[in-house]
Design a protein around this ligand. Structure first.
Ligand SMILES: [Zn+2]
Length: 229
């Protein structure tokens, strides 16, 4: 009896130690492109000596790991501190965006996540915010799911927002732009730099993406079933 009990405990421990992702490959066959905003000569926001482009990249790399754990195939617009032109002092924002958009669509992904950090002259402003291209219904639905999940961590009161940002407007890939928080807010800047917080942030974004993806897959299956009837 004691032996059976021990075997049961051992089995239980093994069972619970397997990470959920190991057998829940919810994003299998899903392709995601992650765009770490800015880079190279374009630092984005600079607050308290910290550069937005560096934090964007740190989060983008963690996001890649997180999504891959769930079976996604992940691409990055950049994996280092450079802009898309790689022309250094001949940098042009317009050319960078043109090439960024081209690169994003060249991967022919199902989803695009553009990662940014916000900043404001009002140092008390704080909170994550998810943006979608204002003419995209799917973009709005995706933003909603990601935002709902992300807010469980950030407690942000900012609503999702339709926008005309070029990275969403000019790309064919369904995507959202995530402002993870305000670097200009001293407390939030500290959180956004924390490796642990960055990881949690990526997990929450992934949960939202999975929720959206599974819903769309279910809808597609139902449609197919109707056609076959
Ligand atoms: Zn930015």
């Amino acid at each position: 009896m004691k032996r059976i009990f021990l075997i049961m405990i051992a089995f239980g421990v093994c069972f619970f130690e397997i990470p959920v992702d190991a057998y829940e490959k919810s994003l299998k066959n899903v392709k995601v492109v992650i765009d770490a905003g800015h880079g190279g000569f374009d630092n984005g926001a600079i607050e308290y000596g910290y550069y937005e482009d560096n934090i964007n990249l740190e989060i983008a790399l963690k996001m890649k790991d997180e999504l891959e754990k769930s079976g996604a195939k992940v691409y990055l617009t950049r994996d280092g501190d450079y802009d898309m032109t790689k022309r250094n002092h001949h940098y042009s924002k317009q050319d960078d965006m043109y090439l960024r958009v081209k690169k994003i669509d060249s991967y022919k992904c199902d989803y695009l996540l553009s990662i940014h950090q916000n900043a404001s002259g009002n140092r008390s402003a704080w909170g994550s915010q998810v943006f979608y291209y204002y003419r995209s219904k799917q973009g709005k639905a995706l933003a909603f799911d990601i935002d709902q999940s992300l807010k469980q961590l950030t407690n942000s009161r900012k609503p999702i927002s339709g926008c005309g940002f070029r990275v969403l407007r000019a790309t064919k890939t369904l995507g959202v732009l995530i402002e993870c928080g305000f670097l200009s807010n001293y407390n939030e800047c500290g959180q956004l730099r924390s490796k642990n917080y960055q990881k949690k942030l990526c997990q929450k974004v992934k949960e939202g993406l999975i929720k959206y993806h599974l819903r769309i897959m279910t809808q597609k299956k139902k449609k197919t079933a109707k056609i076959l009837q």
